[in-house]
Design a protein around this ligand. Structure first.
Ligand code: GRF
Length: 200
């Protein structure tokens, strides 16, 4: 299966997926909307084809989205993976890739959608935090949940300490979600994900 990964920054989740060596997966390309994303270099080192599509060159979200979709389609992906991709995607784009686009969000959804999740979790005094891989739907950070991981929030945590604990789990659950997807084990029914048994 061909997988295209979108990043905007460090790309550590992209790296975790690439290094997981998931049977039947080929990372066709890593695409960044930011030319300075450090993950681009990581991808190149891994021998993965990289592309940059800078959103700054576009007047409207629709124009950028259309160009991005065209670029992605040129790699004929079975699955589109958002990994620290920090731009909101418009409705037409989401519809085009619906059912074959995953995202990871550093909270236990549906809690703490949006930005600064770790800071907000600490401020709220929650005792557990975590990460969620979900299918992308039109609404931001909402969408059928594939897998979650839980970590404790410790009394002395600051944002960085909590983020570091969570990202370790992200690197575990994102490759797992991709693996399930390419194995055809993720069934979407009524807005929920059912994990089918492995075929033997
Ligand atoms: C991760 O915490 C991810 O959950 C969030 O942004 C961060 C990206 O990290 N959406 P990386 O670029 O994968 O290293």
């Amino acid at each position: 299966k061909q997988v295209v990964i979108l990043i905007s920054g460090r790309g550590s989740n992209m790296e975790a997926i690439a290094r997981a060596g998931i049977p039947g997966v080929r990372i066709a390309a890593v695409i960044s909307n930011r030319p300075d994303a450090t993950g681009l270099e990581v991808a190149r080192q891994l021998g993965i084809e990289t592309r940059v599509l800078d959103h700054k060159g576009f007047d409207t979200r629709e124009a950028f989205d259309a160009k991005l979709a065209e670029l992605i389609d040129s790699f004929e992906p079975d699955l589109l993976v958002l990994a620290g991709y920090m731009r909101i995607l418009g409705e037409a784009f989401v519809r085009r890739f619906e059912g074959r686009m995953l995202n990871i969000h550093p909270s236990l959804l549906p809690a703490f959608t949006g930005l600064h999740t770790h800071r907000r979790a600490i401020e709220a005094g929650v005792k557990v935090a975590g990460a969620t891989v979900h299918f992308v739907t039109a609404e931001l950070d909402v969408g059928p949940i594939v897998i979650q991981a839980v970590v404790p929030v410790l009394p002395d945590d600051d944002e960085a300490a909590l983020a570091a604990r969570v990202v370790v789990q992200e690197h575990r659950i994102y490759p797992q979600a991709v693996r399930w997807f390419v194995e055809g084990r993720l069934q979407l029914t009524d807005g929920r994900v059912h994990l089918l048994d492995a075929r033997t």
